[in-house]
Design a binder for this molecule. Sequence first.
Ligand code: OGA
Ligand code: MN
Length: 294
Amino acid sequence: MEVTPVSDIMGAEVTGVDLSVPMDAETQCALRDAFLKYQVLVIRDQHLTPLQQVEFSSQWGELEIPDNVQHTHGDSNRVMILSNEIRPDGSAVGVVDGGDFWHSDSSHHTVPSMITILQSVRHPSKGGDTEFCNMYKVYEDLPEETKAKIEGKLGVHHVSKVKNKRVTVSPDRPGAKDFYEMQAKTREDVLQPLVLTHPETGRKALYCSPRFTLGIQGMTEEEADPILDELFGYITDRKRRWHYRHKWQDNDLVFWDNRCVCHRAVGGYGLPDIRCLHRTVVAGDRAYTDQQAA
Ligand code: OGA
Ligand code: MN
């Protein structure tokens, strides 16, 4: 197995492994070390069936069962389909335009997702990249006064897009508006530390996103907004100083660490071009607000 960084900032490509077969303990250890070091791993030319993807993903921990049952794969309810394909009856084959604003997966849950694993099944002829932002580096490069402002503070996260003035609802996803309206009524705010100490590396990362972080606990909107806007400005930074952009090929398998990475789907493709990926998610093993208590 060989590990080659894909940029100076984050991400590495791993070659010489076949993820469709069980891995020996030594390879597994080396892969985990690379994952913790580079945050995003890219492994090309993988041909995992949905069950093999579940098998590989399960090496990292318990898998989440997506609540979006309409879009899970017939072979396993652990595999979610991301796709822009629409059936003749108007229904979607998978989640359309998932992840179109910067976020860390499930930070709106008390126990957020740990690792997200995507395998590209079919890639459009243009567009469809995924961007990643290194949240350790963003944190490290924050001005000291900003670090002081956010230390020990909790971000207020919510899943619904209609509660969030910084995002818009994709017109291409059937039923999205009603879905988000329903979530606005039924889902609760969740608190997360703005500065997250990674449980495995011990490094501090900025932990918030324009998609899910709506406010800061104990602050009015007027007080929180300038701070959040500054923080989000680093994630959306035009110069992409802390970023890696993945250009997919069919059969790429890419996985990332949600504890120290924000990501977004860039878009820029459309029917009849089809983008389809299979997604598995390793569940988190803790609530991060416990750090505050500890
Ligand atoms: C996700 C996600 C981005 C993409 O699967 O969590 O945000 O490029 N995907 O599909
Ligand atoms: Mn995502």
